[in-house]
Design a protein around this ligand. Sequence first.
Ligand SMILES: [Zn+2]
Length: 144
Amino acid sequence: MYNDKCTVLEWYDDWMVRSANWETKVPAVIMLKDYVRSKSMVRFSKSNVYLRDMYKCQYCNTPVTRSAATMDHVQPVSKGGKTNFENIVTACGPCNTRKGNKLLMKPMYPPYRPGYWELVRKRKQLPLTVKHPSWNQWLDLEPV
Ligand SMILES: [Zn+2]
């Protein structure tokens, strides 16, 4: 905002920040003036693995919360398994423990690197906490 790189669409009515010689309301919704190209390569992260698997254990299909979910190496690290999209699935605690270092349990689907738009589409199907209600009109979410 200070460098004129964005347009403010909505402001918080009740939140000001101040420095010695400047004060401003805090923006709630901003629009960048330069288009930010969406990345075609999705970064490997816990959140993106859980999202690809729609927060379901890939062994027993039980829904898991973010705090209960674990990342499971299909090919165990001890057997040379890598930590990447192709070898990690979402697992509930009990399945992860049960599997241990055994190779007998197989996930329902072979893990794969998800696409950007696939994750966007999946994220829209999950509940979303919006920090400021003025965001809703910009998000293009399905009515719940
Ligand atoms: Zn499970």
